[in-house]
Ligand binder design. Sequence first.
Ligand code: UT7
Length: 318
Amino acid sequence: MTYARILGTGSFLPARVVTNADLASTVDTSDEWVVSRTGIRERRIAGPGETTCDLAERAARQALDASGCLASEIDLVIVATTTPDRVFPGTACLLQERLGIHGPAAFDVQAVCTGFVYALTIAEKFIRAGGTKRALVVGAETMSRIVDWNDRSTCVLFGDGAGAVVVGASNEPGILSSHLHADGAYKELLTVSTGVSERGPATGRITMRGNEVFRMAVTTLDALVGETLAANNMKQTDIRWLVPHQANIRIIAATAKRLGMAMDQVIVTVDRHGNTSAASIPLAFDSGVRDGRIQRGDVVLMEAFGGGLTWGSVLLRY
Ligand code: UT7
């Protein structure tokens, strides 16, 4: 039996830090409101001309180093992003060229904040089906480019960054199960309403009915966690680490409570990164691996919820 295992991780954040106090000088908000409602204290914002592919490349190179794989050994590249450099070619093709990989399949996945969970699941299916031996899976975003910086209800939430993993074929189980969902009936709750086919090549801005998204996220993730445990015949106590999508500390805490997990079993980066959409889980996962909390053999639950609406989980043994 061939399984898919994570061989190495990497991440990258742009240099510029924007604090809540910085935002309070441009919109009617306060550090107290943002911290108490979201847990976010600061976020990173890409510099002028710094693109999603620039961030993805730095994270990918780190993941390749950590995995011990050469770029030439990668036979599948998937980039999860909502903020591609161009309409086309896909960011995965741009990244492939930067890394000197020529020939194997490369494509983007657009599932907003659930994008990395979708991309990792697709890579796992390629590997388990045979043929693909080593996949590079990246979540990378420059959300700052689609944020409405005059809208205090959304501009305080998002940040830029990238995270990456190299996934390889293995005789040992790595990814144990994945569970993907979507329901387009909720498309208007969280959206960028202007797109190339609807209105031409103008870029829209994020709008969100935050309160409704919040309620949907808590109930949906509750059911998703139950689905994931049942599919693996596992108990809550079998999970060592929760690596959630980093949108709001209150949503994260509700999921941890559902799992009976203390917050010191949860990898939290939302305070420093804000919501980096598809990049948030691989960024958090890499931070837990690099600081030594997540160890080889640990059972890790990744879960995400975002625009679409989309939601999904991956349960894995690291
Ligand atoms: O990653 C994809 C998934 N996304 C999410 O999961 C996000 C889910 N939603 C949330 O995290 C929360 O709904 C928010 C953090 C976005 C908002 O928190 P909330 O507790 O749901 O606040 P609210 O939207 O109900 O707004 C409460 C009040 C409103 O004022 P009134 O109408 O009560 O007078 C807002 O106008 O807070 C006001 N408000 C703000 N005040 C200061 C909204 N944004 C701000 C702000 N600063 N930045």
